[in-house]
Design a protein around this ligand. Structure first.
Ligand code: FPP
Length: 249
């Protein structure tokens, strides 16, 4: 009998992506299909976050970036925003991070978060800083356009201060001002919930990522679905603008 969490899909363990980014979509529709409030979908989504974090650890993924709340999500009804904030506050349990040796990083405009959420997440980032296993990056109040605008402002300040000349601005200069500085680009981006778009997520970082879309709603997404996504990634040839023949060499 197949054990729970044992992949039914065979993966090349030498080619597991070191960084996987996920757009966790479909919580609302999952709840609606069951006659439940949208917040029940988000609640169930937290169980999936835990399960997929465990899967990532088992498979040897080094970085897992999860889109928990976008800049645009601030426009949702106040009650849903409040429910999501409260869920984030209660579900980020220190014990789980410590037990699994997971290091937490937050990317996004944390200044917009309610004070208690901001304090709690930043404290957890600090407390898990010495953990050496998986780095879990949670995108909170995040959007790529916000991030790139911040980077542009920071570079403009360096130019104004005479520290750098406009002609010398390089891709590295932009990267060192991104929230993901020091983190390798995701090799694989997964979006659940059936939509085929990037929704302002890691647009710079995913320039060469393989994209995987599934109709499965996030609360239903499981270890096998995760392995399926990785298997698709492993079947693709990553050319980075080169020809197949060049890659083969
Ligand atoms: C998108 O589904 C999902 C969100 C906006 C929130 C995702 C947040 C969680 C799963 C909780 C995160 C918690 C931690 C600890 C990281 P949707 O509401 O847009 O669904 P729909 O497209 O079906 O309406």
């Amino acid at each position: 009998m197949q054990q729970q969490n044992e992949p039914s899909i065979s993966l090349d363990t030498t080619r597991i992506p070191q960084h996987i980014a996920i757009i966790m979509d479909g919580n609302g529709r999952w709840a609606k299909a069951r006659g439940l409030a949208r917040s029940a979908g988000h609640q169930k989504g937290v169980d999936t976050v835990r399960a997929i974090t465990e899967s990532a650890i088992k498979l040897g993924v080094k970085y897992l970036t999860l889109y928990a709340f976008s800049t645009e999500n601030w426009k949702r009804p106040a009650s849903e925003v409040a429910a999501l904030m409260s869920l984030i506050l209660t579900s980020l349990e220190e014990e789980l991070f410590m037990k699994n040796n997971v290091r937490l990083r937050i990317i996004g405009d944390v200044e917009r978060l309610p004070e208690d959420v901001r304090q709690a997440v930043l404290q957890l980032v600090e407390r898990t800083n010495g953990n050496t296993g998986l780095t879990e990056i949670i995108a909170l109040s995040y959007s790529s356009k916000w991030e790139l605008t911040q980077a542009a402002k920071a570079i403009a300040r360096e130019v104004a201060a005479g520290e750098i000349s406009p002609e010398d601005i390089s891709e590295d200069d932009i990267e060192r001002h991104l929230t993901t500085v020091g983190i390798p680009a995701p090799e694989l981006l997964i979006r659940t919930g059936g939509e085929v778009r990037l929704s302002n997520y890691l647009l710079w970082q995913c320039a060469y990522s393989e994209l995987y879309f599934t109709d499965t709603y996030w609360p239903d997404f499981n270890h096998n679905d995760f392995c399926q996504a990785i298997s698709h990634y492993q079947q693709r040839e990553r050319r980075f603008g080169k020809t197949s023949e060049q890659v083969a060499q």
